[in-house]
Write a protein that binds this ligand. Structure first.
Ligand SMILES: Cc1cc2nc3c(=O)[nH]c(=O)nc-3n(C[C@H](O)[C@H](O)[C@H](O)COP(=O)(O)OP(=O)(O)OC[C@H]3O[C@@H](n4cnc5c(N)ncnc54)[C@H](O)[C@@H]3O)c2cc1C
Length: 446
């Protein structure tokens, strides 16, 4: 039985570990962090001396089109229906705009939903139908390679009001990149997958409790129960190959030898770990990825309020209003806090603002826009490198070149799955592909 080492226990590394174990490898997973899950992990957020909120490091939204993620949840013995709350696509803003998917097969669910939308002028509905019909007929490959979402929208004569109301929030929400810089091809791929395939693909899926319960906890329990070794607070410091071709990892817990390695870490880590083993020329690309931030502002009220599940806040933002999406979160009965919401401020928002000022501003924005009392607590959790920037120029990996230089090593991570923006689904797909590559030696082009 061969030994496989997975470095990084984000969703990509966990997917790879599950695939490797299923394929019969003896698996060790290490992560520098104290808990698994990477950027999609649960967070115990202290809001005062007596109160800790069980939230996530960042509010995440999954959709029904995340097939590999849903499959992974099932593979590790969890039930997607138990760990995720599913609801039909509904885009709504505080000004009365509402677009709901109709209970019809695709693509009628979106078409009829658009015709029945509220607070949306006919000019916008017709323009959006025109753009979506073009995509449905010609597919994402018809979108010019190298073009931005802003260029694609202009080419389809989309009105500025529709861009502000729907296209920009969707683009920033899906790609974490503003339309002026976002890759039109990747956006078109997401639109086709989410809105034009099966109606259920457009559904919103939100963690019932925390992200930890969706994949990291069940995956780790599944791996441990099948003999995998899991080590947290164990950073890898370097990877090299010995005379027999085996991989040797220098880690905080001492050396670990392995026949195969999956490196499931963010791109800047790759040259740090492989320098001296892989020629520098092959590693230069990993330092060329650009990143975008996301801040999540967690709001908590002592009283129990009726909060929307999901609402868009950015339709007509006033000066200084940076919140884009608000997600109402469930609160356990008997909790000292009555209501909790996560407000997302992604790439286009001013998440460079100091966290305390950002949190206070979002609390005021939410109170003003939704007519709610001012939150009793507001905390910002800022991920400066939340995702890579999904621009048309983002680097594409030459997997064959790396395979030559590092036999038996596979890369995984949301950033490595080129066709898709950096999301949970691309992380899981990349992890699945890394495990298959280890088994077959054939790299899949994303
Ligand atoms: C705030 C926020 C909101 C987001 N919202 C959404 C959303 O709504 N929907 C969506 O689909 N996606 C969303 N994403 C993106 C999603 O979280 C990521 O795409 C996904 O979690 C990436 O997983 P990964 O395994 O590729 O990488 P990571 O999660 O980054 O995992 C890499 C792991 O490697 C470990 N590591 C790094 N270096 C070393 C080392 N030297 N040794 C050992 N371990 C190491 C790290 O500790 C980490 O655990 C969001 C991200 C953020 C930050």
């Amino acid at each position: 039985m061969s030994e496989a080492l997975v470095v990084g226990a984000g969703w990509a590394g966990l997917a790879a570990a599950v695939g490797l174990l299923e394929a019969g490898h003896r698996v060790t997973v290490i992560d520098a962090a104290p808990v698994p899950g990477g950027r999609a992990r649960a967070l115990a957020l202290r809001i005062d001396a007596d109160t800790v909120l069980d939230v996530d490091n960042g509010q995440h939204l999954l959709i029904g089109a995340y097939r590999s993620t849903l499959a992974l949840i099932r593979r590790v013995g969890a039930d997607p229906g138990a760990v995720l709350v599913r609801s039909r696509l509904r885009l709504a803003g505080p000004g009365g705009f509402e677009l709901r998917a109709a209970p019809l097969p695709a693509p009628l669910h979106v078409g009829v939903g658009l015709l029945g939308a509220r607070g949306m002028p006919w000019r916008e509905r017709v323009a959006m139908l025109r753009a979506m019909t073009g995509l449905a007929l010609r597919g994402p490959a018809s979108v010019a390679e190298g073009s931005t979402v802003a260029q694609w929208l202009a080419a389809h004569r989309q009105p500025a009001s529709l861009i502000a109301r729907i296209w920009a929030p969707l683009c920033i929400g899906a790609l974490n990149t503003p339309p002026e810089r976002a890759c039109a091809r990747a956006f078109a791929q997401v639109l086709c997958d989410a809105l034009l395939a099966r109606a259920a693909d457009a559904d919103f899926l939100l963690p019932r409790t925390t992200l930890g319960a969706v994949v990291p906890e069940p995956a780790c329990a599944w791996l441990a129960s099948r003999g995998a070794t899991l080590r947290w607070r164990t950073a890898c410091r370097g990877l090299s190959r010995d005379g027999s071709g085996r991989w040797q990892a220098a880690t905080d817990a001492g050396p670990i030898a392995a026949d195969r390695v999956v490196l499931a870490v963010p791109p800047p880590q790759v040259p740090r770990l492989l320098g001296g083993t892989v020629p520098d020329a092959r590693l230069a690309v990993f330092d060329t990825f650009e990143h975008e931030p996301i801040a999540t502002v967690w709001l908590a009220w002592r009283e129990r309020l009726v909060l929307p599940d999901v609402v868009m806040l950015g339709e007509q933002p006033a000066e200084g209003e940076h919140g884009q999406w608000l997600f109402g979160r469930g609160v356990a009965p008997g909790a000292p806090i009555g209501s909790v919401a996560g407000v997302v401020v992604s790439a286009a928002g001013r998440s460079a603002e100091a966290p305390a000022a950002l949190a206070a501003g979002i609390a005021r924005q939410v109170a003003g826009q939704l007519g709610l009392p001012l939150a009793d607590h507001a905390r910002a959790v800022v991920e400066r490198r939340a995702t890579i920037r999904c621009s048309p120029e983002r680097p594409r990996l030459d997997t064959d070149a790396l395979a030559d230089a590092a036999p038996g090593l596979a890369l995984a991570g949301d950033w490595s799955w080129h066709r898709y923006p950096a999301t949970i689904e691309s992380a899981v797909r990349s992890g699945d592909a890394a495990a298959r590559y280890i088994a077959t030696g054939i790299a899949e082009r994303s």
